[in-house]
Design a protein around this ligand. Structure first.
Ligand code: SF4
Length: 358
């Protein structure tokens, strides 16, 4: 099912100025209502066969962003184009769209129907979207299970009879059944132990190499994101604050929030770990502000050790960064601030030939 590259100059996915708001009720009997700006003007693109990692703390809006792409939540405004088609306007052709864009969630236990056997979980979308039944469907299901490393005898078993890693493989097989162009992976390995995590990541990489699938890989584990991604975007309070090639962002982060995330992440290298600890000690121990009332100006200014007057007044615009990508920070627009201080020395996997957009 290797995908051709229609419209080679058009990115597979284009997201432009996307906004998602939620109304929340608080107070006695929910008397007061507030608007949470969960995604507040996000723009990026994903090329065919590319993995874009999205990182950020809980509450940064990264999972809401993934759900908005899948239309599991409604965007307030902005554009989502898949192969040049505006996804937000699709109505009768929604089935086509759902085939192209699939999802793998964090908790396979919750996302797989416990009363269905694997043959039906993976086979159901084949019947709905391709009209496959009987032996034809069984044979395709068996083929898909083989692709994700499961055996024929697993077909008649229920999700509860599998380990967490095997259940995630079933979820991947179900997503693959529709031959998607893009899979939104929402914390797909967070619930797995470390050895199962690496098996699941290797599986996703193999499938990408075989079928040219693109991934939007949402995770809080920076090491996992670095391993699998070609580029990474950093989200803070519903906004992308930095986006660029994954090695550049990890080794020379341009946004103080990216530095903060990296400083909190463990690394194998002792010297790098020491530098990160020293950097962490300098950072104010403040909480993520409420997305109901984000701070004016740069939303990170309440936690930023570099904050200036302009940061409290004006939202920074994206500026290009040496080494690729961009950052939204007044320090960068005043002139490149990269100190050239490497934060990490872990090796990086070889990238497939993908023309990454920055
Ligand atoms: Fe810090 Fe100002 Fe940059 Fe925001 S714009 S991250 S407050 S230096």
């Amino acid at each position: 099912m290797a995908h051709a590259a229609p419209g080679a100059n058009t990115p597979l996915l284009e997201v432009e100025d996307l906004h998602v708001d939620f109304r929340v009720r608080r107070g006695l009997f929910g008397a007061a209502s507030y608007t949470v700006h969960a995604v507040a003007g996000v723009s990026f693109g994903i090329e065919r066969g590319e993995t874009l990692g999205i990182v950020g703390e809980s509450g940064s809006g990264k999972s809401t962003l993934g759900r908005a792409l899948l239309r599991l939540v409604d965007a307030k405004r902005g554009a989502i184009r898949l192969d040049g088609r505006e996804v937000r306007n699709l109505t009768g052709r929604m089935l086509d769209f759902r085939r192209d864009l699939q999802v793998v969630f964090q908790d396979p236990q919750a996302s797989l129907n416990p009363s269905m056997v694997v043959a039906d979980i993976v086979g159901e979308p084949l019947t709905i979207h391709f009209g496959l039944r009987g032996a034809e469907r069984d044979s395709r299901v068996a083929e898909l299970l083989g692709r994700v490393g499961l055996a024929h005898y697993h077909l008649e078993r229920y999700p509860s009879e599998f380990s967490g890693g095997q259940r995630q493989r079933i979820a991947v097989a179900r997503a693959l059944a529709l031959e998607p162009r893009l899979i939104v992976c929402d914390e797909p390995v967070s619930a797995l132990d470390v050895s199962t995590q690496s098996q699941a990541i290797n599986l996703l990489e193999e499938l990408q190499a075989s079928f040219g699938i693109a991934y939007l890989f949402i995770a809080h584990d920076l090491a996992v994101v670095r391993h699998i991604s070609h580029r990474v975007g950093v989200m803070y309070l519903g906004r992308l604050v930095e986006l660029g090639p994954v090695d550049r962002v990890h080794e020379l982060p341009a946004h103080p929030y990216t530095e903060m995330l990296l400083a909190a992440a463990p690394v194998a290298d002792v010297a790098a770990q020491r530098r990160r600890k020293a950097a962490r000690r300098q950072m104010p121990a403040t909480e993520l502000p409420s997305p109901i009332a984000p701070p004016p100006g740069c939303p990170f200014h309440t936690r930023c050790t570099h904050a200036m007057d302009v940061c409290r007044r004006e939202m920074p615009s994206p500026s290009p960064v040496d080494g690729g990508g961009w950052v939204a920070c007044h320090l960068q627009s005043a002139g490149p601030r990269l100190a050239g201080r490497p934060l990490s020395v872990e090796p990086k996997r070889q990238r497939p030939a993908v023309s990454g957009r920055t």
